[in-house]
Ligand binder design. Structure first.
Ligand code: PMP
Length: 359
């Protein structure tokens, strides 16, 4: 068996220990005589899996009292619509910060429900930076302020929590959740798809403050209502049971690695050495403002784009997979989430140096 280093932006690498445990438990989960896939979501076995998974997430993220933790479907993309549906609460405006492709997508969807005030935008800088907080135009009459803590395509990441006064702060953490400690109490809503740092795709984690639950518009479909999902413990309809299980195994793995604080140190090391390798070369370049470079997604371009194809093909042959940048920006992108071993980053750096030497 030869497992490659997969630098995909998501779905992405899972810890090998998680895959092996899932494999061991595939036919018979802990003496139940069945696979997790075959269990009733209301049965005692699955209820135990679900409870443990939720408790582990609350522990890892240190979610304080006063928040609902939901496990929904539809990805972060569904949240783009659910957020305005659930928390506009009669207001007609929401503030959005635009730091890249995913902010832009959230803004487009929100525009179907309300007036969107762009509080700040890095579009003129080709999404290579984050506008200074002092320049943000925040309307205190808006229902909330939304931002994207890590732009998966552009490789731009916030290092702290923006100050937005009294407005509920809503954050798309799809691509950096659980990669660094976060003060949940500063947020109205945190949401993230699972397919980067938490497991395979198919589940969306939504952490929503109690005062924002129960404000949805009357015509909100039941499965899209935070209140109804909270009341049903995210089982208003049949959940993605196997994905909940794999999410749970990934959280157990993270706890075993020492939790979010420990993984952050590893992430700092991994990203630091990759950016150093890029900065110290004359072939590779990362366009992002150094203060806001993402620890999770490292985009880079080759000074001669004619070499791109060969770089990708050779990398693939060396077991370094899915390094092409998003089709909208081109170049390369190495996504190095929690489950990417440090050895994978070392292998990429060695390959890049060798490619530069021979080209
Ligand atoms: N937001 C961010 C930051 C993302 O990276 C992605 C997916 N790459 C999405 C939203 C969309 O997520 P999903 O496909 O789970 O709807």
């Amino acid at each position: 068996m030869a497992r490659i280093y997969n630098f995909s932006a998501g779905p992405s690498m899972l810890p090998e220990a998680v895959l092996l445990q899932a494999q061991r438990e595939m036919l018979d989960w802990q003496g139940s005589g069945m696979s997790v896939m075959e269990m009733s979501h209301r049965g005692k076995h699955f209820m135990a899996i679900a409870e443990q998974m939720k408790a582990d997430l609350i522990e890892l993220l240190a979610v304080p009292a006063g928040y609902q933790v939901l496990f929904l479907q539809g990805g972060a993309t569904a949240q783009f619509a659910m957020i305005p549906q659930n928390i506009l609460n009669g207001k007609t405006k929401a503030c959005y910060v635009n730091t890249g492709a995913w902010s832009t997508a959230a803004i487009k969807e929100a525009g179907k429900y309300c007036e969107v005030q762009i509080a700040a935008s890095a579009e003129a800088a080709s999404f290579t930076t984050i506008p200074a907080y002092a320049d943000w135009q925040i309307d205190s009459g808006a229902a909330y302020l939304h931002y994207t803590s890590n732009e998966t395509i552009h490789g731009v990441e916030f290092n702290d929590v923006p100050q937005v006064g009294e407005l509920p702060l809503v954050c798309d953490m799809s691509s950096n959740i659980l990669s660094r400690p976060v003060d949940v109490s500063r947020y109205g809503i945190i949401y993230a798809g699972t397919q980067k740092n938490m497991g395979p795709s198919g589940v969306t984690v939504v952490i929503v403050r109690d005062d924002l639950v129960g404000l949805e518009t009357k015509n909100t479909p039941a499965v899209f209502s935070y209140a109804q999902q909270a009341k049903a413990d995210s089982m208003l309809n049949t959940p993605a049971t196997y994905n909940w299980y794999l999410l749970g195994l990934t959280l157990q793995w993270l706890k075993g690695e020492g939790g979010v604080g420990a993984i952050e140190q590893r992430n700092i090391r991994k990203a630091g050495k990759l950016y150093d390798a890029i900065d110290n070369s004359s072939l590779y370049r990362n366009p992002v403002d150094k203060a806001y470079r993402s620890r999770m997604n490292v985009p880079f371009v080759l000074s001669d784009p004619a070499l791109d194809k060969e770089f990708l093909a050779l990398a693939e042959r060396n077991g370094l997979s899915t390094l092409a940048g998003h089709r909208s920006v081109g170049g390369m992108r190495a996504s190095i989430y929690n489950a990417m071993p440090e050895a994978g980053v070392d292998a990429l750096i060695a390959f890049m140096a060798e490619f530069e030497r021979t080209h």
